[in-house]
Design a protein around this ligand. Structure first.
Ligand code: FES
Length: 188
């Protein structure tokens, strides 16, 4: 509706004027209730959306388990004293290096009873498990406690640069005759 000059007519109806909200005027209870429900709905929607996005994110970027490498260089043969059990790789790689007059072998620190970590007890010249008391000679052969079999050895060789290379992906079990495998012992 125009006033005949092309501009909208301004209503002079008092009811229409009364219905228009005045700036700064207090909101009615019904309007406040509507706004609070609206806000709640938005918050719920946003939370659900964030949850869904985080699930998608976990799918796109799954957890990666960083494990120590299975092969490592253990220094040069001269770094090891004949007759010694070297524990320097125990924490990082789970390996004892045992140097004999003939060569060197890499023993696993894992007890073959139930998997605890054994300790080298130089004073008693043996490996001892703190969990149930299994004991092993320097060779890795078991002689006391509940363990049914010796410690395991890892593959060992000399790298091109002359360092000792231990490959934990290859294990050798004495009770299966695998300690006769040339890879289980490094002749020096
Ligand atoms: S785990 Fe070593 S003795 Fe039981």
């Amino acid at each position: 509706m125009t006033n005949g000059e092309g501009t909208p007519a301004v209503s002079s109806n008092p009811a229409t004027i009364a219905a228009a909200p005045k700036p700064g005027a207090p909101q009615s209870p019904a309007r406040r209730k509507f706004l609070s429900w609206f806000g709640l709905a938005w918050a719920s929607f946003a939370a659900a959306t964030m949850g869904a996005l985080s699930l998608v994110g976990r799918f796109m970027f799954p957890n990666v388990l960083f494990e120590p490498p299975t092969s490592f260089k253990a220094g040069f043969p001269d770094d090891y004293e004949v007759g010694s059990v070297d524990t320097r790789w125990k924490e990082k790689f789970g390996v004892f290096m045992v140097r004999t007059a003939e060569g060197i072998y890499a023993l696993s620190v894992v007890c073959t009873h139930l998997g605890c970590t054994v300790n080298w007890q130089g004073g008693e010249n043996k490996f001892k498990c703190p969990c149930h008391g299994s004991g092993y000679y320097k060779s890795g052969i078991n002689f006391e406690g509940p363990t049914p079999r010796p410690l395991e050895r890892f593959a060992i060789s000399l790298a091109e640069d002359g360092q000792i290379l231990v490959d934990k992906s290859r294990k050798f079990q004495q009770e299966k005759g695998q300690w006769n495998d040339p890879s289980s012992f490094l002749n020096l």
